[in-house]
Design a protein around this ligand. Sequence first.
Ligand code: URA
Length: 258
Amino acid sequence: MSKLFHLKLKKSMLKGATVALLPGDPQRAEKIAQYYDPNARLLSYNREFASWLGHLDKTLPVLTASTGIGGPSTAIVIEELAQLGINTFIRVGTSGAIQKRICLQDIIITTASVRLDGTSTHYTPIAYPAVADHDITHSLILAAKSLKIPYHAGITASSDSFFPGQERYETFSGYIIKKFQGSLNEWQKLNVLNYEMESATLLCICNAFALRAGCLTTAIVNRALNEKLPPRPEMILQAEDNMIKVAIGALRKLFPQK
Ligand code: URA
């Protein structure tokens, strides 16, 4: 088998891995992989796609592969990894909280996503729900609880843009099309927890392909409070640590080893 077009991987390189952690950022992929295996290896790096393989507790092969930002590149990762035998996908990323009760660095476990993306509509009609896998979600919640890391489980708004789709007026033109004017307040009123940019694509495609997927993110801004862009790098690093611990805790629950 030759290597896949974008990820530059082939099946034998995955050593039987069936589970992948999916950060957006290629640098975060390295950090996550080193967390569960100090001997994790970089398998390939092409464009925004960095793929690392390590063994959790020296036993379970786990791939960590970056998706880049947004639906189109995320869909490429799912398509190609599914061909290599990955059937369990967990997004591990950052998001912007929109409810006052959520503190910076809290974990947000997505139970379902509002489909503000375009890519999921290439795979499933808009009436199709973007829902997380129950077992993954349950494991994430159990892991957060046992680690005593504050978490919130609920609905995420998954947008195709960071600025207008998340109703940020700090754009070059300062103008946002009518469709998104007032949308932040509406999602807040509808008890949506946060904004990010990949979960709708991930959850729709995986459900349609009979694969399982879940999503946890850490809040690095809060739009209901005073948002300061960019967030402090040290705050993001600490937030990432909590999130990685929860993701790895959830893997141990999903794949118990003897
Ligand atoms: N990612 C997003 O998409 N939005 C945010 O506010 C933060 C991270």
